[in-house]
Structures are given as structure tokens and as C-alpha cells.
Design a protein around this ligand. Structure first.
Ligand code: NAP
Length: 311
């Protein structure tokens, strides 16, 4: 299948291009970007021209930040193309619902991707937790924004999510591995006084069987980085670390799933394999559970102003 990549920035170059090039299902047929291109691939400066001139490209994969993404998705769906959305699938929940409705009406596929759900050990964690009684679950997602988002102004603008940009990855794993739905009951969001989005957040959730569920996200972590989910159950403790790439149960480390030395490398190939299947089956995958929890944190969260953040 021919795919066009839109928004040739960090994630397109780091993950989408290698995943497409490494797959038998896909051919990178064109790019759309105001500044970037990929060697040897036809480059368009705007999406409308691509849609008009390349009717042979069935799938459009959108790697833009969330705020500008909706208009691109609408244009692609109106042109009868299947659409793959980077996370988060929209800047608002209503946008996501609108895209799903448009795709259904047009009879095309739309896929709200959650790359962290494809981390190597997430399925094993879900399978283990399926029949356990959960006592508590704690998310600790602490990273250095200067290291991972240098120069990215959009993450600090309204709609850019701030620390929820990585935090929503943690919530995408939590909502995948827990058999029961959780809902947000309290949040505290720390906004640097010179920024429009939070640099840190702590969240509390209600669980249908009373387990204690909480999350702490922080972008001010220097040195070692922490992307960890710990679940205490009646049968012991499950610990997912490195963003879902490593798993230990009662202190015993599970065998590695990706033997290529970088357990995060498998995430995007698995997303593209799922997209290929959705297109073949005529399916839609628009799970908004992580997005709903984040939206609720912005709705319900107490706002605290903290010291300015300078890059
Ligand atoms: P990025 O490099 O800052 O931006 C991606 C590209 O989007 C830019 O190169 C730019 O391309 C285009 N763009 C930016 N603002 C635009 C606007 N207002 N209108 C049209 N195009 C615009 O961002 P990124 O890190 O790749 O992140 C993009 C998405 O991927 C985000 O939703 C993010 O959450 C997700 N993601 C990122 C990472 C990561 O490690 N960075 C990991 C997983 C997922 P042109 O200027 O050339 O048009």
C-alpha cells in the first residue's frame, strides 16, 4: 500500500520512515511538509496538491503536532483516503469523534495510534493482570523535557499538552493493561508562569473494585529517566519499566521480546502492521480512553503556578 507522510519532523524521521521502509506492506510514496523531505521520495509542500495529484496514494499518515492535525485529517478523509493519526489523536475530544464519524460515513479507516501500547511487554502485562485482584497501581513518568523536546515550542502552547504529551503514553498503557476502566477523580497541574501547558502533574483515579490508582508526571527530571508502572495485586507485584519495554513480576525479569537490542524499535512497525490490517479489513480503531483521562485532568485539575521554565 502506498502511504504519504505528513509533517516531516522528529517522529516522522526517527520512527515512521524506518518503520515504513522496513515493512513489506508499505511503500513511502510521498511526503507533505513545509520544510522537510525524505531523500528519494516525492515531496509536496501542501496536502491538497498531493490529494489532487496522487489519487493512487490510499493512506495518509499524519505526524504533525495535535493542534494543526485536524484540518489535515478532514481533508484526507474527504478525499476518501485512510488516515493514521499520531498520538494524541486530536487537540480536543470532539475533533476525534468528528473524525471517526467522517471515516464511517466515507467508508474508510481511521486509526488513533498509541505507540506505547506497542512496547515490547505491554501485552504480557495485560495478560498477567487479567485474572488478578488489583490493590494499587502507580505510574511514575519523569523525564527531562530539555533532552526529549529541544526547541519544540508547540508543546508549551495551548493544545500542546505539556507534560501530558509523554504522560498520555503512560495512560495509553494503563488503559490497555487494566481489565477495568478507571476514571479521573482529582488532579494537580503545575504550570510554569511563562508557559501555557503544564510541566508536571499528579493524578488520582477511581477503580471499580477500589484499587488505589495514581500517576505522577514530571518534565524536570535530570539524570536517570523514569517511565514506570507498578501494579500491586493479590498475587504479587508487576513492574513495567522503560515505557513498557521491560517487565518484572515479583522481582523476576521477563524474557526480552525484541532481540534487536532496542526494545522500543518494535513499536512503530507494529503500528503500521495494525494499520495495514485495518485498511484490509475496512476497520476503524479510535480508542479515546487515554485522551479522555487527559481531558478530564484539564477539566478537573487544580492549577498551580510554578517558576518560569527557560530552555
Ligand atoms: P515536531 O518535530 O515538532 O513536528 C513535526 C512536524 O509537524 C514539523 O516538522 C512540521 O513540519 C509540522 N508542523 C509543526 N507545526 C505545524 C503547523 N502548525 N502546521 C503544519 N505543520 C506543522 O514534532 P514531533 O516530535 O515529530 O511530534 C509530532 C507528533 O508526534 C506529536 O503529536 C507527538 O506527540 C508525536 N510523537 C512524538 C514523539 C517524539 O519523540 N518526538 C514520539 C511519539 C509521538 P513542516 O514545518 O516541515 O511542515
Amino acid at each position: 500500500m502506498k502511504v504519504a507522510l505528513v509533517g516531516i519532523g522528529k517522529i516522522a524521521r526517527d520512527q515512521h520512515v524506518p518503520a515504513i521502509n522496513g515493512s513489506k506492506d508499505w511503500e513511502l510514496a510521498a511526503t507533505v511538509s513545509r520544510h522537510g523531505s525524505v531523500d528519494g521520495v516525492e515531496a509536496f509542500a501542501d496536502l491538497d496538491t498531493l490529494l489532487a495529484e496522487r489519487p493512487d496514494i490510499e493512506v495518509v499518515s499524519l505526524c504533525l503536532p495535535p493542534v494543526p492535525r485536524f484540518d489535515y485529517a478532514v481533508a484526507a478523509l474527504r478525499a476518501g483516503r485512510h488516515v493514521m493519526l499520531e498520538k494524541p489523536p486530536g487537540a480536543t475530544v470532539a475533533e476525534c469523534h468528528a473524525l471517526e464519524a467522517m471515516a464511517r460515513e466515507a467508508g474508510v479507516s481511521v486509526y488513533a495510534t498509541w505507540h506505547s501500547r506497542e512496547a515490547a511487554q505491554v501485552n504480557q502485562a495485560r495478560d498477567w493482570l487479567k485474572d488478578k485482584r488489583l490493590k494499587s497501581l502507580k505510574v511514575t513518568w519523569k523525564e527531562d523535557v530539555r533532552r526529549w523536546h529541544p526547541g519544540q515550542e508547540w508543546i508549551w502552547k495551548a493544545g500542546g499538552l505539556g507534560v501530558f504529551d509523554p504522560g498520555i503514553n503512560a495512560l495509553s498503557i494503563v488503559t490497555e493493561i487494566l481489565p477495568d476502566a478507571i476514571r479521573l477523580t482529582a488532579a494537580s497541574l503545575e504550570f510554569p508562569e511563562n508557559r501555557e501547558t503544564p510541566i508536571a502533574a499528579s493524578l488520582v483515579f477511581a477503580h471499580p473494585h477500589g484499587a488505589d490508582i495514581s500517576a505522577v508526571f514530571d518534565w524536570r527530571q535530570e539524570g536517570d529517566q523514569t517511565w514506570m508502572i507498578e501494579a500491586e495485586t493479590d498475587d504479587g507485584v508487576l513492574r513495567l519499566t522503560e515505557g513498557g519495554a521491560r517487565l518484572s513480576i515479583n522481582g523476576e525479569t521477563a524474557a526480552e521480546q525484541d532481540a534487536d537490542g532496542n526494545p522500543l524499535l518494535g513499536e512503530y512497525p507494529r503500528l503500521y502492521a495494525k494499520m495495514a490490517k485495518l485498511v484490509r479489513d475496512g476497520g476503524i480503531d479510535m480508542d479515546l480512553a487515554p485522551m479522555t483521562l487527559v481531558a478530564d485532568a484539564f477539566l478537573l485539575g487544580r492549577r498551580v503556578t510554578v517558576e518560569p521554565f527557560e530552555e
